[in-house]
Design a protein around this ligand. Sequence first.
Ligand code: HEC
Ligand code: HEC
Length: 427
Amino acid sequence: MTPHSEIPNNPKREVYAVSFILFLKFPTQFFPVKNSFYFKLIILPFLWGFLSCQNDHREKRKPEKVVETLADLGALPLEVIHPADNPPNAEKIALGRLLFYDPILSGNKDVACATCHQPEFNYAEFMETSIGVNGMGNGSKRHFLIPNDIPFTKRNSQSVLNTAFNGIKNHEPYRAESAPMFWDLRAKGLEEQALLPIATLEEMRGNSVTEENILAEVVERIRNIPEYYQRFAAVFAGDPNPVNEKNLGKAIASYERTLIATNSRFDQYMRGDSNALSLSEKDGLRLFLKTGCAKCHNGPMLSDYKLHTLGVPDSKNREDSDAGINGAYAFRTPSLRNLRYTAPYMHSGRIANLEQVLQFYEDISGGKIPNPKVKPEQMDTLATQMNVNFKDISRIVQFLNTLNDDDFDKSVPERVPSGLKVKGNVE
Ligand code: HEC
Ligand code: HEC
């Protein structure tokens, strides 16, 4: 049995069809209605099927009542698509990996990309919002050094794992160069994204270099390290000035596209192995669809990559309220893959576990707005009109856990060409 046939779209239509077949097979029993057994067995389902199809016609007039099906979700592809102007090769990936772990990219040489995107935390980290510049320590022990004039990052650190698939949709060609990035979609493609944290004050830049000068400064430093120069010259052969901003972004992006996990039990199920999920996980999947989660969490990444306002509370780590890019408190639907390793949740990291995320949805569908700055008319009706039942929560969480896949590259280079601490000040 294929997975798709296990959750029929319209069970009423099936009853109608079965009744009709019965009618064709036993026409004589259909009319002498004296026998009440045949009446119940044949005429009633037939009538019910007929009436419920009438109902369907009525429902179709209400446009909001669409229920998503398994076909709105998907398995991840096994191949990654790269931008035409940045094909990968082993040397480029190796160079990108060294850069990703090297704090030479930060103003004060204390933060690497990997400081906040650690392999052991699914290429994210588990603070509500991150400490970049002037930080020390790892995991829950990470803190600012004293004195400190650097704020926490504005938002919860996203995972770099599977960003090679950001923006992916079923049945549409994938364009890596325009892949949506960040909680507010402000960057396109991993190449462009990679340069932005370097210039952000609290992430990597710090106060010692201005925003205008930081990229030129970092490129200059890298150019002056012979090992880096040779590696860039070999990878971007033919480029008279191989160490430049564009090539820096290209090398990091090529490495990031190798960080994928595509074989969760959910993927196996969607590829046809109907035993990959247990009965209660299948039930969780059914409830996920029935509740309306897939109105936004759809496609192979379980995200529509669109902005929605849910009224999530602001982070307490910053004074300013985070109203998103358009002032509407709208944030991008996150992927639901590997949630086991990426707590806490939401753009502000304010929700600690999955049960509480589900309780949050139950609250907003009951009319609550957890962020007092968000107005009722700003709330996304796709979320507020869901009917989240308390009794379904644990089953839905069981389903979400089938989206975990721990089998991905977690290797860390032993040294980086700058000779600085691999990953920055984390130990
Ligand atoms: C101080 C912590 C920190 C550092 C250092 C850092 N990041 Fe991030 N990263 C974040 C945060 C926080 C976000 C989400 C920011 C937002 O959406 O506004 C993010 C988002 C991203 C995303 C987007 C993921 C998605 O799904 O849209 C990518 C890719 C990424 N970072 C790669 C990098 C690279 C490459 C570097 C190094 C050049 C880096 N990061 C350095 C914290 C950090
Ligand atoms: C209206 C679109 C929409 C619907 C419907 C919706 N979500 Fe979300 N989901 C989002 C957005 C947007 C966020 C991020 C919100 C934020 O941080 O401000 C999110 C966040 C999450 C997160 C946190 C993930 C992370 O990495 O931080 C989980 C888990 C989640 N949703 C599960 C669900 C489940 C389960 C349902 C159904 C009960 C559901 N969602 C329904 C749009 C939606």
